[in-house]
Design a protein around this ligand. Structure first.
Ligand SMILES: NC(=O)c1ccc[n+]([C@@H]2O[C@H](COP(=O)([O-])OP(=O)(O)OC[C@H]3O[C@@H](n4cnc5c(N)ncnc54)[C@H](O)[C@@H]3O)[C@@H](O)[C@H]2O)c1
Length: 308
């Protein structure tokens, strides 16, 4: 297939583009490098790279002429970033997605695979979280990701294109670089590799469902191949671990002498998270294949080499 990967210089997008190339597909990457990295493009030599913005409707429409499937990952990512800059968040995540959808329908694209987020659920009512869990996002990011998801599904009803929204939980793995707004894994990796103590908010007994980026990339390809299917699916590991356990595993792999310090809970952090992934299993044939210990070993080896 010929594919456009928006956000292909980013953490997850570069892994999706790499898997597409490994499977013999043609890839065009569109990225404005706002949070993406040229280093992530080095393994994507066979892809065409276009430095540009998804808010540029003309450019997006032009690139759509060359492809059959769009993997739409470009976004302003994260709750705290969206609280700091809610207007930019919606301009990229909502209006940018509309440019992608408009381009897709005019070009007769077969399928849009949209990267959604568990952030759309907001405060959790019960666990595990299935697709029909209430969606009451509590940050501008959660709202913009939910709006974009709804727009994808509306376009699949209005026009002859299919749309699959993949709701990722906590994704980790190779190409995930340290970012002040970022996820816990690269932050812990950087502190550990620098010999600095790990700061844990709350008592560390809060849980998260971490999914390796290689499984997320596979889920994107499965979604592209699922003919005649539109809808929203959870993509996670289906297993929860505590932050204390994560810290223990990572300390064991890097440096057990590095200490752990506890801080008061942060406002807005959910206490527990665990996905029900049975729908993605049934409809897409998705099941996670990378366990947390092997995934962490691979990630830490990469982080040490890249000095993230
Ligand atoms: N990392 C996670 O745990 C996680 C969880 C849930 C959902 N997601 C979703 O997955 C997708 C990828 O996230 P990521 O973690 O790889 O983040 P990332 O920041 O590494 O990737 C986003 C990419 O989009 C690019 N981009 C941003 N604005 C753009 C614009 N206006 N035009 C063109 N390119 C633009 C950035 O330069 C970057 O390369 C996002 O849609 C995000 O909402 C990520």
């Amino acid at each position: 297939m010929k594919a456009l990967v928006t956000g292909g210089a980013g953490f997850i997008g570069s892994n999706v583009a790499k898997l597409l190339l490994e499977n013999g597909h043609e890839v065009v990457v569109l990225d404005n490098l706002s949070t993406g990295y040229r280093e992530n493009l080095e393994a994507l030599q066979q892809a065409a790279f276009v430095e540009g913005d998804i808010r540029d409707g003309e450019l997006v429409a032009k690139l759509m002429q060359r492809v059959e499937v769009v993997f739409h990952l470009a976004a302003s990512v994260g709750n705290r970033r969206s609280i700091d800059n809610p207007i930019l968040d919606s301009q990229i995540n909502v209006i940018g997605t509309l440019h992608v959808l408009e381009g897709a329908r005019h070009a007769g694209i077969r399928k849009v695979v949209y990267s959604s987020s568990a952030g759309i659920f907001g405060e959790l009512k019960h666990l595990p979280i299935a697709e029909d869990h209430p969606t009451e996002p509590d940050t501008p990011y959660g709202v913009s990701k939910l709006s974009a998801e709804k727009l994808c599904l509306v376009y699949a009803q209005l026009y002859p294109l299919e749309a699959i929204c993949l709701r990722y939980f906590n994704v980790y793995g190779v190409n995930q670089r340290y970012d002040a707004y970022g996820n816990v894994m690269p932050i812990f990796a950087r502190w550990l590799l620098n010999g600095e103590p790990l700061l844990i908010y709350d008592d560390g007994e809060q849980t998260r469902d971490f999914v390796n980026v290689r499984d997320v990339a596979r889920a994107n390809l499965l979604a592209a191949h699922a003919e005649g299917l539109s809808g929203a699916f959870n993509i996670a590991s289906g297993e929860a671990i505590t932050i204390n356990h994560l810290a223990e595993l990572m300390r064991g792999m890097v440096d057990e002498d590095v200490g752990v310090e506890y801080q008061p809970p942060r406002k807005g952090d959910v206490r527990d998270s665990l996905a029900d992934i049975s729908l993605a299993n049934k409809e897409l044939g998705y099941s996670p294949s990378v366990d947390i210990e092997n995934g962490l070993k691979e990630y830490i080896a990469w982080a040490a080499k890249e000095m993230i």
